[in-house]
Design a protein around this ligand. Structure first.
Ligand SMILES: C[C@H](O)[C@H](O)[C@@H](O)[C@@H](O)C(=O)O
Ligand code: MG
Length: 395
């Protein structure tokens, strides 16, 4: 049965907390506390990622309203510049069309912007529209997105936690903890020793069987990453994540050859589209790819990326993006666990990732979420309309 046609696409920016590092976070939050970055070679930008503008864009909310008044929506990053792209460029490919034409809509959004897009902000904006479209389709069909993607392949999602306190994550029932790396090459041997010492301390607190990983947020070079990997091997580092620039496919291939046997190399949260991930996969850059569904092209593109990875026997463990990744992960055999970003400032408690923007966001209990908790139409969450939503452009 044909679905009601799309009446209007709207894009809003939201300032303030909620979301992760690219959204605004208050002072004293672990996610902005001396984390190693490619900007850390400049001492003035070392202590805080907000100092060099990590949160400058802010949150993007896309709403797509159908002719019967049903509204699908999604929350990601991209802020005001993404609002411009959505309203002034992408909306034309949706309005008046059947929402079920998501393949054609994606293709037109991508190829019409290819001359100034392909990655980054533009694909981020496309992702927001695509997620809102899947939410709308689910609401119109009264089905959760995971049904539309083929249905759950397991009864529950199992999570590792990203945050500064893996020891607390263990007590909270997570299967592992991913620490932010604090010191990059500019902080020399002393910084390297501090990185290893923190891991050793967490290993002592967490015991031998708990997964511990390091997230390097693109901060290192191959040499430093190789030395870090070898020094951390004795403390059971399970994987080294996003160690170098996302453009350095050759460096990742070298790092993967260099790390100790058994240690995994992971990356991809800043990669986009099937073409970007094809490079990572064909050049044998990593063991696990970590697309962010709000940045890589949305669910429509993630399905293609995942199929490429599956054919090569690689896992897809999306960057933490709450319900937007959960509905995908639960449907894929090659996504056996998921990331939960600990957005509590400590982080000593499990709190929803997108509070206050989303209402009804499921969170892990004892490190798990039942698949049945996702059984609501669309992505199963509501937009909190009490927060200030600013629509900077119309069309
Ligand atoms: C902890 C990392 O620096 C990032 O803040 C985080 O968003 C990301 O890289 C992750 O993998 O969760
Ligand atoms: Mg990461």
């Amino acid at each position: 049965m044909p679905l009601p046609k799309i009446k209007e696409v709207r894009a809003f920016v939201v300032r303030g907390g909620g979301g992760a590092d690219y959204h605004d976070q208050g002072a004293g939050h672990w996610i902005d506390d001396h984390i190693a970055t490619p900007m850390a070679k400049y001492p003035e930008y070392r202590q805080s990622r907000q100092s060099f503008g990590i949160n400058v864009l802010g949150t993007l909310v896309v709403e797509i309203e159908a002719e019967d008044g049903t509204i699908g929506f999604a929350v990601t990053t991209g802020g005001e510049p993404a609002c411009y792209i959505v309203e002034k460029h992408l909306a034309r490919f949706l309005e008046g069309r059947d929402p079920a034409e998501y393949e054609k809509i994606w293709d037109q959004m991508y190829f019409s912007t290819q001359y100034y897009g392909r990655k980054g902000l533009v694909v981020n904006a496309i992702s927001g529209v695509d997620l809102a479209l899947w939410d709308l389709i689910g609401r119109l069909r009264q089905e959760p997105v995971h049904h539309l993607l083929g249905g759950a392949v397991r009864d529950e999602l199992q999570f590792y936690a990203t945050g500064a306190r893996p020891d607390i994550a263990k007590q909270l029932g997570f299967i592992g903890g991913k620490l932010p790396l604090h010191h990059g090459p500019a902080e020399g041997e002393e910084g390297l020793k501090k990185n290893v010492a923190l891991l050793a301390d967490m290993r002592a607190r967490c015991g031998d069987d708990f997964w511990l990983m390091y997230d390097c947020w693109m901060a290192l070079d191959v040499n430093y990453a190789t030395r870090l990997a070898h020094a951390c091997h004795a403390h059971g580092l399970k994987w080294i994540e996003e160690a170098i620039s996302p453009d350095d496919y050759w460096g990742y291939a070298e790092l993967k050859r260099n790390v100790p046997a058994g240690m995994l190399v992971t990356t991809g949260e800043h990669e986009a589209t099937r073409w970007g991930f094809r490079m990572l996969l064909e050049m044998d850059c990593c063991d696990i790819i970590q697309p962010d569904v709000g940045w890589c092209g949305g669910v429509t593109e993630l399905l293609k990326i995942s199929a490429l990875a599956d054919a090569r026997g690689k896992l897809v463990v999306p960057h933490g993006s709450s319900v937007y990744s959960y509905h995908f992960v639960v449907t894929r055999h090659n996504s056996p666990f998921a990331e939960f970003l600990m957005m509590h400032p400590g982080p000593t408690e499990v709190v929803p990732m997108f509070a206050p923007q989303l209402l009804g966001e499921p969170v892990p209990v004892n490190g798990r979420i039942r698949a049945s908790a996702l059984d609501k139409p669309g992505f199963g969450v509501e937009l909190n309309r009490e927060i200030p939503l600013h629509r900077p452009y119309t069309h």
